[in-house]
Write a protein that binds this ligand. Structure first.
Ligand SMILES: Cc1ncc(COP(=O)(O)O)c(C=O)c1O
Length: 318
């Protein structure tokens, strides 16, 4: 069900508890005791991804954080420069969680492959609102979850592995469900199943996997292209209203650079966010970024206008 939404072949995705677990499985397919031991990531990445890779320092990994010098966009030149023959993995978000900036994944994948590194693309903030063709992108791994634009709830993380790469990978974090003959419960080392089962761990979270299906069905029925077209109309409107009201916009204004959310940096953001929610305007807040407004296919232009009117009534002089 996810394959067409991500633009990958059927049978290339395994389901996991969350992104952290999926990233851990990817990380465990690699070694960090040779010359290629670096993990290169931007300083604006989702911190949980940093925590996970930081944990691999104990196996010899070196973590290189690339300074973006900006709160909204990563610095592509610096990122590309940091990726070299010492790089094992480049974990990047397709859409940054703090600003909704769409990273230049194509250039990063191209550079990584030129020097023999692999890219792990976190599509959590993109899947279901941004059309994507990960197969054409040629990215090695993609991870994400179902809580956001996929309307699918928790416990339904996913891992895509490039089909031509998958057979040569041997995850260290592995369990009986990844065995070629899982119900034999054979002792000793694992005999890996073919992909995608070889990336499985233990017992799958079956209720979560059923509960996420309805969201995928709705997103697929509407189509991500149509969702994106409406999302751009609504976020453009939000940006226009926010600009007129004098709010600081922490999201790129160019359509091509912007995912599905608009982040407004307002004074006292956390308290304002709580008051908006209390008044029925359902938004989110991220420290250091601001109020995240994330209209989806079910939202209307009237709701956008109502949300901005409510925000303006709380902050008349931004
Ligand atoms: C880009 C990104 N990655 C990962 C996560 C969360 O990952 P997990 O599924 O491990 O909770 C989030 C949640 O906000 C996110 O925005």
């Amino acid at each position: 069900m996810l394959a067409p939404i991500l633009g990958v072949p059927k049978g290339s995705i395994s389901m996991h508890q969350n992104v952290t677990v999926a990233q851990a499985i990817v990380a465990s397919c690699h070694r960090y005791d040779g010359p290629r031991r670096r993990i290169v990531m931007a300083d604006l990445e989702f911190p949980s991804n940093m925590y996970l890779f930081e944990g691999f320092r104990r196996y010899g990994a070196e973590i290189v954080y690339v300074d973006s010098g900006d709160a909204m966009r990563t610095n592509l030149d610096r990122l590309l420069e940091a990726i070299d023959e010492r790089t094992a993995l480049v974990p990047i978000s397709l859409v940054l969680f703090k600003s909704a900036y769409i990273q230049k994944a194509e250039a990063i994948v191209e550079r990584a492959h030129r020097v023999g590194a692999r890219v792990v693309l976190d599509v959590y903030q993109a899947a279901g609102t941004l059309p994507m063709n990960l197969d054409a992108l040629g990215v090695d791994f993609a991870v994400g979850g179902s809580v956001k634009w996929l309307c699918g709830g928790p416990g339904a993380g996913y891992l895509y592995v490039r089909p031509d790469l998958a057979p040569e990978l041997e995850p260290g974090i592995v369990g009986w469900a990844a065995h070629a003959r899982p119900f034999e419960f054979a002792p000793g080392a694992i005999d890996y199943a073919d992909a995608p089962e070889r990336f499985q761990s233990g017992t799958p979270n079956v209720p979560a996997l059923y509960s996420c299906r309805a969201g995928y069905e709705i997103v697929a029925e509407i189509g991500v292209e149509a969702i994106r077209a409406k999302s751009l109309r609504l976020t453009r409107r939000l940006i226009d209203l926010a600009r007129d009201a004098g709010f600081r916009i922490n999201t790129p204004e160019a359509d091509a650079e912007r995912g599905g959310a608009v982040i407004l940096d307002v004074p006292d953001g956390e308290a304002v966010a709580a008051e908006l929610v209390r008044r029925g305007v359902i938004i989110d807040h991220r420290p250091g970024a601001g109020i995240r407004m994330a209209p989806h296919f079910y939202n209307t232009r009237d709701e956008i206008e109502h949300a901005m009117e409510t925000l303006k009534s709380l902050i008349p002089h931004p």
